[in-house]
Design a protein around this ligand. Structure first.
Ligand code: HEM
Length: 490
């Protein structure tokens, strides 16, 4: 016998759980109105509807995400004491959010842009957030240029249109961006799907082992689906055909149990080598050549669960590079240090003071901080003392369990570029990328992608300034772009 009651849908209620009388009709005086203020459910529906949106992320607004796990595949205890990495085979639940950078919430997935690759590891020692991109480098190396860079990518104040002229104006006046712009203008700037691209921590981080030894490290998540990109014209066609193509692809792949996998490989530099390394190893516009520090496979990232509710679990997800667990710390990369402040600040504004209490952001590890109250707080520790030190059994910090990774600093307080290392300049790695990494087809696409991008409303004097940078990357590349643009440098 079937249980008829079990099949019935639940009764509609107000948000306070009170059963309501109708899903269709508001309460009126007679069938033809007027409406009554006592129809609390109608008023609740209208008021809640008006408040459905939170501000979109100021950057990386359009994105998609999924849950899964990270599994350790190699013993890394010689380099880090991070608990979630301490046993081969250990699995840690994760949330990953992929995104484009410059567009808004409803913008197309397939435009030319770097892609965000943000990972939240729900570890036994609290949440570890690695908030990277699909590129190992970035456009600028000082956090005070980030806002200006983003303004050059977003809509202009007068037209409210995006402006290639502004983009090339900024880039051509910021030669440190040329390596990342070269990368962006290859077909890697238009990945086929989120599944077919790599992820990078991009910055250099510090690992600390049980013995107190420290190592500089870089994270590379290599796609096991293989790298696949759209050409410029394929990406443009897909932008028109299905602006949500990457979102749909990720969701459908996981729904069909075709779970995407990335292999985590680490580059590891002994602490003492940083000072004399030929490039500044903390400069985010540079890579560490693999010949110097070969990537070592240490784990697998697997995504096997779609969100059940996009808003609650992806839109309200809050990643912050400052979330680092014992055994992992920042490096002197000025961009990373700037980001440690920026993300929790934006979350307090975008989501609210107690954003860390939302289920998607809450750690699996217990929370025993001395912070209290604020809008919408619902988790608490009862009458636990709210000040330290105290005589009543409040939590106590443990320097043994959470030692701060550190390095020595001394110097005058200045506003200055990094001290250059022997081989530091803005063009050498971009030139090597062009000469030694790209195939002939990649090179041809790079030239046509750059020329196409620079042809869309970019003023002549800015084209000429940018062209001078391309010549410095590589003479042949400069000549090919000049020819494609019909420009001759005087
Ligand atoms: C000083 C430099 C930077 C600043 C101030 C900055 C600031 C921000 C802010 C305010 C957000 C919005 C966060 C939110 O509302 O949830 C964001 C998102 C993001 N940023 Fe940055 N950013 C910087 C550099 C970088 C770099 C170098 C990377 C990659 C290596 C990066 C990757 C991301 C990613 C992936 C997201 C989206 C996170 C998500 O999916 O929620 N950012 N950034």
């Amino acid at each position: 016998m079937t249980d008829q009651n079990a099949k019935r849908p639940p009764v509609t209620t107000t948000d306070a759980g009170i059963p309501v009388a109708s899903d269709e009709y508001s309460l009126s005086v007679g069938a033809n109105g007027p409406l009554l203020l006592q129809d609390h459910y109608l008023i609740q529906k209208m008021a809640q509807f008006n408040r459905e949106r939170v501000p979109e992320r100021v950057v990386h607004a359009k994105g998609s995400g999924a849950f899964g796990y990270f599994e350790v595949t190699a013993d890394v205890r010689q380099w880090t004491r991070a608990a979630f990495l301490n046993t081969v085979g250990k699995r840690t639940p994760v949330l990953v959010r992929f995104s484009t950078v410059a567009g808004e919430l409803g913008s197309a997935d397939t435009v030319r842009d770097p892609r965000g690759f943000a990972i939240k590891f729900y570890t036994e020692e609290g949440n570890y957030d690695l908030v990277g991109n699909n590129t190992p480098i970035f456009f600028v190396r000082d956090p005070s240029k980030f806002q200006d860079f983003i303004h050059s990518q977003k809509r202009m104040p007068d037209t409210d249109l995006r402006s290639h002229n502004a983009m090339w104006d900024f880039w051509s006046l910021s030669p440190e961006s040329i390596h990342q712009v070269t990368f962006l203008m290859t077909d890697r700037g238009t990945p086929r799907t989120y599944r077919h691209m790599n992820g990078y921590g991009s910055h250099t981080f510090l690992w600390l082992n049980e013995a107190g030894e420290q190592f500089w490290v870089k994270y590379h998540f290599k796609t096991e689906q293989g790298i696949e990109n759209f050409t410029d014209s394929e990406a443009k066609a897909m932008t028109a055909e299905d602006p949500d193509y990457h979102r749909r692809d990720l969701y459908e792949a996981i729904r069909k149990k075709d779970y995407p996998v990335w292999r985590l490989e680490m580059q590891i530099m002994p602490f003492a080598e940083a000072e004399r390394y030929r490039f500044n190893p903390f400069d985010l516009t540079k890579v560490w050549p693999h010949a110097d520090y070969p990537p070592i496979p240490i784990g697998r990232l697997v995504l096997d669960r779609n969100p059940e509710n996009f808003f609650a679990q992806i839109e309200q997800a809050a990643f912050e590079p400052a979330n680092m667990v014992p055994g992992i710390g920042p490096s002197p990369d000025k961009m990373l240090l700037g980001r440690l402040f920026s993300y929790p600040d934006t979350h307090r504004y975008r989501i609210g003071t107690n954003y860390l209490q939302l289920p998607v952001n809450a750690p699996l590890a217990p929370v025993h901080s001395y912070n209290k109250d604020g809008a919408m707080r619902y988790r608490h520790n009862g009458h636990q003392p709210v000040y330290a030190p105290n005589s009543y059994g409040g939590p106590q910090a443990d320097a043994q369990r959470a030692p701060d990774p550190s390095w020595w600093v001394s110097g005058e307080i200045v506003r200055s570029a990094y001290t250059p290392h022997a081989e530091d300049n803005d063009f050498v790695q971009a030139g090597n990328l062009y000469r030694h990494v790209l195939s002939e087809r990649d090179k041809a696409h790079l030239v046509s992608n750059i020329a196409g991008h620079m042809s869309q409303g970019v003023e002549r004097h800015i084209q000429e300034r940018a062209l001078k940078l391309w010549y410095q990357v590589d003479q042949e590349l400069g000549e090919r772009i000049a020819q494609a643009l019909g420009l001759v440098l005087s």
